[in-house]
Ligand binder design. Structure first.
Ligand SMILES: NC(=O)c1ccc[n+]([C@@H]2O[C@H](COP(=O)([O-])OP(=O)(O)OC[C@H]3O[C@@H](n4cnc5c(N)ncnc54)[C@H](OP(=O)(O)O)[C@@H]3O)[C@@H](O)[C@H]2O)c1
Length: 227
């Protein structure tokens, strides 16, 4: 039976490239995006399946869960890739609370909600790989006041990764945080040194780990990073 992977925010950027690479590894890919037209087009071009998902909507997560249960019956890997960076010009003293909340909702609580939705299926089959796409900007050892909401959201995502890994230990479910590197995308910008191929590689590595692979760590391109 082919393994199934679900990727959030996969209509463009690193998520779309991860979908391409997972398909090349012979996975059934469920490409998701909040904009149905863009996602459907991307999925059609790649030859993978599509389902709409706004990671901020509990209703949307529930509908996706039902779809996966009925259409696939199992989920082997979840790549929590969707993310936003909307506070490049803000500082911790005056960033609007709304921006803090929207960033934490999208980058931190949504990956947790998706993990909670799909973990029972993974536990039932004693197999699962969950990749939380994090960032070096969430590394507490290099914290400063640049992009305060984004930093906090990825720091908290790293914390959630450690907690989830502890919560599922002994169950052959490997949950790790991955920094893709600084990648040329809408978010990363044109100055970024890495292309999509290199950016998605570390996500795919973590999504396809062998049973004795690492658990609850923070990685870039398969190499462990400090928190
Ligand atoms: N690029 C880098 O240098 C870099 C570095 C470190 C970490 N990262 C992380 O890598 C991941 C992918 O980033 P990227 O560079 O590929 O960014 P991107 O090109 O801006 O793509 C972000 C993706 O997230 C989706 N998204 C945002 N909010 C969503 C929501 N509420 N529901 C569903 N999808 C949503 C976007 O969908 P729409 O098209 O609908 O907006 C888009 O598909 C992010 O988690 C980011 O934090 C990137």
């Amino acid at each position: 039976m082919k393994k199934v992977v679900l990727i959030t925010g996969a209509n463009r950027g690193i998520g779309l490239e991860a979908a391409r690479q997972m398909k090349a590894k012979n996975y059934d890919v469920i490409l998701t995006s909040r904009n149905a037209d863009e996602g459907e087009r991307a999925a059609r071009d790649l030859g993978v399946s599509f389902h709409q998902l706004d990671v901020l909507s509990a209703k949307s997560i529930d509908a996706l869960k039902s779809h996966v249960e009925t259409e696939f019956g199992h989920l082997d890997a979840l790549i929590n890739n969707a993310g936003i960076l909307i506070d490049r010009n803000d500082h911790i003293l005056d960033i609007p609370e709304e921006k803090l909340r929207k960033t934490l909702d999208t980058n931190t609580y949504a990956p947790l909600a998706l993990t909670r939705a799909f973990l029972p299926m993974m536990i039932a089959q004693n197999y699962g790989r969950i990749v939380n796409v994090s960032s070096v900007l969430g590394q507490i050892s290099s914290f400063n006041d640049y992009t305060p909401a984004y930093r906090l959201s990825k720091l908290a995502l790293n914390g959630i990764t450690i907690m989830l890994a502890d919560a599922v230990k002994g169950k052959n479910i490997l949950i790790n945080a991955v920094h893709p590197g600084w990648v040329k995308t809408d978010m990363g910008g044109a100055e970024a040194p890495l292309g999509l191929d290199a950016g998605a590689r570390g996500l795919v590595w973590a999504a396809t780990l062998p049973d004795d692979g690492p658990q609850g760590g923070f990685f870039q391109d398969g190499k462990r990073m400090d928190w």
